[in-house]
Design a protein around this ligand. Sequence first.
Ligand SMILES: [Mg+2]
Length: 224
Amino acid sequence: MKRLTLVPLVALLTIPSLCLSGKEDTLPNEVRWVRESGEYANLCRQTFRLAQDAVREQVRNSSKQKIALVMDLDETVLDNSLYQVERHRLGLGFTQDSWSVWVKREEAGLVPGVKSFLSFLRKHPVRVIFLSNRMNENLEPTKSNLRKLGVLGKDDLFLLRMDKQDTKIIRRAEITNGTGRMKKTGPFFVVAYFGDSMGDFPIPSGEAFGKTHFMLPNPMYGKW
Ligand SMILES: [Mg+2]
């Protein structure tokens, strides 16, 4: 009987000390890991650093005329962990409406390492194509956010989502075939894909990762 009474006592002693340890400490572990850990930041930087070598090699060896690099935006280029913090503090989860409000605020930050990677790309004959499931109606605030962060290139292309049927598979095919929205530019040879979700990549497993496919960590949300 004595053992049973100990459990609530320990809980009572522990809970107030957790509450007093600051608001950030009450965040879910996965959000804290992204916002505060050196592990997350270094893992992102490591990915971009390795990608830089691989892309340099791909560009050097490619005989193709028009080369592109396809990047997802959220949690690949843009850091939206503040949105996660705010939703958590409100006790609410993701909704399309609150997400759209967040996107229009243009307050997303940058994933560690992406700025220097993008400036490396600007020195090479590679077209950057941002392929994101942000809705196309939010194209302007998205560009504006990237501009404020100093990572928007004047020739960058955007393939955002028109509607539910407009999958990334469809948009990737437009890039490689030069069809649909890519009719004006013509087809591109894609040297690398970057994303935080399996849906960002044409080959979902195997040796492509680390060579032409580069994954960024995102423990906060996903379809796993
Ligand atoms: Mg993403």
